[in-house]
Design a protein around this ligand. Structure first.
Ligand code: OGA
Ligand code: NI
Length: 351
């Protein structure tokens, strides 16, 4: 911000009855909400019960099929307890209901900061803003970052460890689920079970707590415009307000939240490792006229020093390597500078 004082959306909207001009997309780039289809049945719901038991090969097959045809799936019986989910959603909501002064203690528009509150996507580079505030947290290794996390909401001030501990427990659980899914994805590609895990070097895990305030004119703007995720896999926790839309066969599909299930999507790094067998699919978030919405994606990723490229066993004369090898740090930096665009970053790494 030129003035030096950040404007969080959550403070702006309490006074707005229309969308300020810097949030309005050009007519050709608006969400066209009347053309969006309803999700029912179009994104597979996979039951992970028995993934480590006798049903492994059939569940691995379902996961592989979903990665290939949809790039998205939902999971139930995933092993993350309901009370951990409830606690994380509750603390997240409380954080965004803190006073502006409290919240702004965490503000930064520098994407390299490991803990920060910001707004839109990248206020340093973008020309049109998005209807979102977000708290970004690094979550692995937890002990390297947890001391940076916000020490509020105030209801926990006398014992803020408790507040962090709810979210920390969620992070540990989300990592475990990510690792199980990455093993299943490796196997579904006929790679060694630990192939992807080894390719990720020391591994990374970040979380965004996205806060989408009610919006007086949802058809003019986005919570997040169409993008593909730059990481490996994303595990999305959300409250009961719809907002996520996924591009399938050139049509936008609205995903209806199912309580206590997660939405999993393939990010660019799995598309690269799979040499395009699996798809990192465009998705976006739209906003609601009356209700605020919280969504909490966990971005599981390689560590910055990891070198990523198509798995050698997936390359042959009929399937030449589609991407060059690169350091994940290079990819991630390009993603933040590039901005959210339907032209994904993958194109910059093609052979
Ligand atoms: C993201 C994202 C979707 C949502 O943060 O990358 O795609 O529903 N979020 O908030
Ligand atoms: Ni995303």
């Amino acid at each position: 911000m030129a003035t030096g004082k950040p404007v969080l959306l959550s403070d702006l909207v309490s006074i707005a009855s229309y969308v300020p001009s810097n949030y309005i997309r050009p007519v050709s780039a608006r969400p066209k909400l009347s053309e969006v289809l309803s999700s029912d049945g179009s994104i597979p719901l996979i039951d992970l019960q028995g993934l480590e038991g006798p049903h492994r090969s059939s569940i691995v097959g379902e996961i592989g099929q979903a990665c290939q045809t949809h790039g998205f799936f939902q999971v139930k019986n995933h092993g993350i307890p309901n009370k951990v989910i409830d606690g994380t959603l509750r603390v997240s909501k409380e954080f965004f209901h803190l006073t502006e002064r409290e919240r702004l203690k965490n503000y930064s528009d520098d994407p390299t900061k490991t803990t920060r509150l910001s707004t839109s996507f990248n206020v340093r580079t973008e020309t049109v803003s998005s209807w979102r505030d977000f708290l970004r947290l690094h979550c692995y290794p937890l002990e390297d970052f947890i001391h940076e996390w916000p020490s509020n909401p105030p209801s926990f001030r006398h014992n803020f460890v408790v507040c962090r501990e709810d979210v920390a427990e969620y992070c540990r659980n989300a990592r475990e689920l990510s690792l199980r899914l990455l093993e299943a994805i490796s196997e579904s590609l006929c790679l060694e079970t630990d192939y992807i895990s080894k390719a990720f070097s020391k591994h990374g895990q970040h979380m965004a707590v996205n806060y989408y305030p009610p919006c007086p004119q949802p058809e003019l703007t986005y919570g997040l415009p169409a993008h593909a995720d730059p990481n490996a896999i994303t595990i999305l926790l959300q409250d009961d307000v719809p907002g996520l839309q996924v591009l399938q066969n050139d049509k936008w599909i609205a995903i209806n939240p199912i309580p206590y299930t997660f939405i999993v999507n393939i990010g660019d790094q799995i598309q690269v490792i799979s040499n395009d067998r699996y798809r990192s699919v465009l998705h976006r978030a739209v906003v609601d006229r009356d209700k605020e919405r919280i969504s909490i994606p966990t971005f599981y990723c390689p560590s910055h020093d990891a070198f990523i490229g198509p798995a050698p066993s997936l390359i042959d004369d009929d399937h030449p390597a589609l991407y060059r090898n690169f350091a994940y740090s290079e990819y991630y930096q390009k993603f933040w500078n590039h901005g959210l665009a339907t032209e994904t970053c993958l194109g910059m790494f093609k052979n």
